[in-house]
Design a protein around this ligand. Structure first.
Ligand code: ZN
Ligand code: ZN
Length: 259
């Protein structure tokens, strides 16, 4: 099996219009989509953004009958501690091949909102990674920690400033990620679109030095044109740190694939 994109969205996500068909034309042997679950979502006027699981499952079954490509089910869980009981009750009884764990918001604002620019970066970082640690400790069913830099995407910090503010939080965070056997995602939106490659250049060896072995690549595509965005670049980057395999998940079960 070759590696395949494990972070992308279709019209089952609140912020996306893309169809399955456009991705299917580009997929190797299987396709997985990871739709947004963000309750009380500030990006949607605090509406609950959640995929209609029955409609999602039905569309996948219909497509699988017409195509030879296997379509897996995925979800991107936007974690807020106070929402966890409601998130857990949404997940109960539903089958997902892969579950992504993300911290997009804090119940008041999304970390991509302009308000972030008015905050003290050191306090923002302390707050963001405290929430991410709580997410990792709480959300037991997840497989992949996504875009670790989401909370600082709006800032323009040097890697040195980021390290000095974030490292006291990242060490316990990465230890928890390793203990919970979550994979660490290289996110193409972060890496390319938001120019945070240097933050990954700092964080990947830190995670490795603590014993981290599991990595995934995700385009975070919201349109088929971004399917497997920057995968060659991110693969080469990981190989530079001695990484030779990537993690894939089917029915939540880990399978390593050579790069
Ligand atoms: Zn996300
Ligand atoms: Zn996403």
């Amino acid at each position: 099996m070759t590696y395949y994109d494990q972070h992308l969205h279709t019209h089952h996500s609140f912020d996306c219009q893309e169809s399955f068909e456009n991705y299917l034309a580009l997929s190797p042997g299987q396709l997985v989509t990871t739709e947004h679950l963000d309750l009380c979502n500030p990006a949607e006027d605090f509406a609950d953004s959640m995929p209609d699981y029955d409609a999602y499952t039905a569309e996948i079954a219909e497509l699988e009958a017409k195509h030879t490509i296997r379509i897996l089910k995925g979800i991107e869980i936007g974690f807020v501690k106070e929402h966890w009981p409601a998130i857990a009750s949404y997940l109960a009884g539903k089958d997902f091949d892969v579950q992504l764990l993300s911290v997009h918001q804090n119940g008041k604002y999304d970390y991509m909102d302009d308000v972030v620019l008015t905050l003290d970066p050191q306090e923002l970082i302390a707050d963001y990674y405290t929430r991410m640690l709580s997410a990792v400790e709480t959300a037991d069913s997840c497989n992949i920690l996504t875009h670790f830099d989401y909370g600082v995407r709006r800032l323009s910090l040097t890697p040195e400033a980021f390290q000095s503010y974030a490292e006291p939080y990242l060490i316990p965070l990465f230890k928890a990620v390793i203990e919970k056997q979550l994979a660490f995602e290289l996110n193409a939106k972060s890496f390319i679109t938001y120019g945070n490659r240097l933050l990954y250049n700092y964080a990947v060896p830190l995670y490795r030095s603590l014993g981290g072995k599991l990595f995934t690549l995700g385009s975070d595509a919201h349109r088929a044109a971004d399917y497997e965005l920057a995968f060659d670049d991110m693969s080469e980057f990981l190989k530079g740190f001695g990484v030779s395999h990537l993690a894939t998940y089917q029915k939540g079960k880990l399978q390593l694939v050579a790069m």
